[in-house]
Structure formats: structure tokens, C-alpha cells
Design a protein around this ligand. Structure first.
Ligand code: GLA
Length: 382
């Protein structure tokens, strides 16, 4: 297959791990695919349905092939994948560059080319490739290059989602392996502290996040509300304000938007957060420019992110990581707008879907604890 552009903007989809852990099955995948269509997620852009660890039997078959766990998938993997495709969605699967996956199912080490071929034959469109049980003598760079080449030789366009947890300065070399996304952090947990910790750890790496290979800040926890079967992820939950801020951060920082809650049972607020067209448009902007961070005048726990968009607008996010409300004030000269320029910014509120009018010199807002604002700003003469 000839070097096609497999992914132009950060991939969007759903992944089984955060909520379902090892409790995955044909029934779950089919009902999730149905729900993604019925509740408007597919329409909003979520196209990949990704099954994580624990889908396979603990042993390969006599020919060395991976086999779907017959209890979880009695009709095999291909029939589930065909069903997902019939709903207009793409299918993602999981493996690992080591000898075992993280949950001790067979990994793809030394089976890269045959596994890639098998995934292609089943109709897989996306491979999440983990980093557990890896021989310490073989550098990760070689192992990710190897699977990338195996996928490229498989005869099918398969998005290669490397999951190397940010180890070995992965942002420096992952793009050159051919991967389309790379996990840059440890596993997310369903808590505000986890969201804060992941975001803070990635501001300095935003330069390495661009078209062709996106920095994956891990599966979203929006809408989990402390539920699910995963004891590592499910640690209490967040408020809807915190989920909103998490979603806006991931969108502004060009992370893939991979939903992790049970999409068959979402609250109206969860659906509203996940399907907000104005926020998704910022994440999916075709230029894929990284954002920059500005300190704000007023609170040490608050900051502003600014992302230039392809139509000349700017996405501007106000964030408050503090435990009390913060006054956030953006002075436009910090974005490049000189006092003498004769221009102001026309503000549109992406969370309330309201025009706020043209502002000159600065704009301030009081942002609640762990809250955010997201504006789309257009330069206007004043
Ligand atoms: C690692 C990954 C997770 C998940 C699990 C599965 O911890 O980082 O995202 O895929 O493995 O075992």
C-alpha cells in the first residue's frame, strides 16, 4: 500500500479499557456500535470503535496465530468487525510490542508481520500497540519501527497508535517510526488530579504534536462518574465541570478524542460535552497547529491556551486549575495584537454557543474552580 494519509486530524472514537477492562464481549461491541450511531457520536466524528486488552485467548493456535477468546467472541473477530463496518464505523484492535500484553495475553514480539497480516485480513483499521513485557535489550524505537513496517506491508490502511507512555523521550523519535499517534503519559484515572497531572506533563511537548502523528494524552474519562469495571481507572470520578475542562484541554492540545465511558448509558450532560461541535472543530482544525500557553494576570493557578486555526481565527481557552474561582485576564498584546494595530477580537463562546461581541485590548472572565472557557476569536477592525 502506498503511503496514504491514514489520519489527517486527531483520531476520534471509543475504547473499551477505561470502563470495561477485561469484561469485553461480542454483545458489548455490537451494542456499543449501535449506540454510537443512535446517540449521534458517529455523526459528531467518533469513527473508531477500539477494543483494548483481553480480547484474545491466552495462547496462540498451533499455527502461531492470535485467536479471539471463544467465550467472549463465539463467532470470532471477523464477524464482529464486519458488524462494526456495517454501521459505518471503523474497528480498532490492541496488541503489544512485548511477548505478552499488559494483561498477559500473547504479545506481537517476533510475530509482528504475521499478526499485522491477520489484522488486515480481519478488516482492522486501527492498532493500539502497547509497551509491556518488552525485552530490555531491544530499544522501543526498533520495536515500533518494526510494527509500523509490518502494518505498511499488510495490504490495508491501518492507523498505528503507539502506546509507549512517554518513555524514552518518545516524542523525539516516534514520528519517524511511521506511527500516527503516540501515548505520552501513564494511564489516566477517573479523577481531576489525573487530568491536571497529564495536562501539566504535556505543555512542554506540544511542539512535537502535529499532522501525521498526534500526542495521545490517553482515553477520555468524561462521563465515567466513578463507574466501570477497571479498578485502576475507576477511582472516584469528577464533576461535570471537571469533565468539561478535561475535554476542552484534550481538544486544544490536539490529543485524539477517544471516549472511555459506557456510551450506551450517557447522561445528557455527558453527551452535550462529547458532541459539542464548536469544541470538536477546534480539535479537528485541518492545520493541526499546536497551542501555546500564557500566564494570566491574577491567579497563579490559571492560564490561557491559544491555538491559531486554519481560517484565521484563534481558539482561546481560559483554564483554572485552582481550588477557588479565578479572575482570568488575557491581554491581546500577548497574542501579538499591538495597541496600535487598530484591531480587536470578536469573541464567540464555544461552550454557550453565543456571540460576545468585539473586545479591544483585553478580555477577562471569572472561571470557577477546575473550570474553563473556550472562545473562538476573529480579528476585527475597531
Ligand atoms: C496499559 C495501557 C492501557 C491499557 C492497558 C491494557 O496499561 O497504557 O491504556 O491498554 O495497558 O492492559
Amino acid at each position: 500500500m502506498k503511503n496514504k494519509f491514514v489520519v489527517k486530524t486527531p483520531p476520534m472514537g471509543w475504547n473499551s479499557w477505561n470502563t470495561f477492562y477485561d469484561k469485553i464481549s461480542e454483545e458489548l461491541i455490537i451494542s456499543t456500535a449501535d449506540a454510537m450511531v443512535e446517540n449521534g457520536l458517529r455523526e459528531a466524528g467518533y469513527e473508531y470503535l477500539i477494543i483494548d486488552d483481553c480480547w484474545s485467548s491466552k495462547e496462540r493456535d498451533e499455527n502461531g496465530n492470535l485467536v479471539a477468546d471463544p467465550e467472549k467472541f463465539p463467532n470470532g473477530m471477523k464477524s464482529v468487525i464486519d458488524y462494526v463496518h456495517s454501521k459505518g464505523l471503523k474497528f480498532g484492535i490492541y496488541s503489544c510490542c512485548g511477548v505478552h500484553t499488559c494483561a498477559k495475553h500473547p504479545g506481537s514480539f517476533e510475530h509482528e508481520f504475521s499478526d499485522a497480516k491477520q489484522f488486515a485480513e480481519w478488516g482492522v483499521d486501527y492498532l493500539k500497540y502497547d509497551n509491556c513485557f518488552r525485552p530490555s535489550s531491544v530499544p522501543g524505537e526498533i520495536l515500533y519501527r518494526r510494527m509500523s513496517m509490518a502494518l505498511r506491508s499488510s495490504g490495508r490502511d491501518i492507523l498505528f497508535a503507539a502506546c509507549q507512555w512517554g518513555r524514552d523521550e518518545v516524542h523525539r523519535w516516534i514520528r519517524s517510526t511511521g506511527a500516527h499517534t503516540f501515548r505520552s503519559t501513564i494511564d489516566i484515572q477517573d479523577s481531576w488530579r489525573s487530568v491536571e497531572q497529564i495536562a501539566n506533563s504535556q505543555f512542554e511537548h506540544m511542539y512535537s504534536n502535529a499532522q501525521g502523528c498526534f500526542n495521545d494524552m490517553d482515553i477520555l474519562i468524561v462521563g465515567m462518574h466513578g463507574g466501570g469495571f477497571n479498578p485502576e481507572t475507576s477511582v472516584g470520578g469528577c464533576t461535570d465541570t471537571e469533565y468539561q475542562t478535561h475535554f476542552v484541554l484534550w481538544a486544544m492540545m490536539n490529543s485524539p478524542l477517544i471516549i472511555g465511558c459506557d456510551v450506551r448509558n450517557m447522561t445528557e450532560k455527558t453527551k452535550e460535552i462529547l458532541t459539542n461541535k464548536d469544541v470538536i472543530a477546534v480539535n479537528q482544525d485541518p492545520d493541526c497547529r499546536s497551542c501555546y500557553k500564557l500566564d494570566t494576570y491574577g491567579s497563579p493557578d490559571a492560564f490561557v491556551l491559544v491555538k491559531p486555526l486554519s481560517d484565521g481565527d484563534y481558539a482561546v481557552g481560559y483554564f483554572n486549575f485552582g481550588d477557588a474561582p479565578a479572575h482570568v485576564e488575557l491581554h491581546f498584546w500577548d497574542m501579538g495584537l499591538s495597541m496600535q494595530a487598530g484591531h480587536g477580537l470578536d469573541f464567540y463562546d464555544c461552550l454557550k454557543h453565543e456571540q460576545l461581541g468585539v473586545k479591544s485590548e483585553y478580555y477577562s472572565a471569572t472561571v470557577e474552580s477546575h473550570g474553563c472557557r473556550l472562545y473562538r476569536c476573529r480579528i476585527k477592525e475597531i
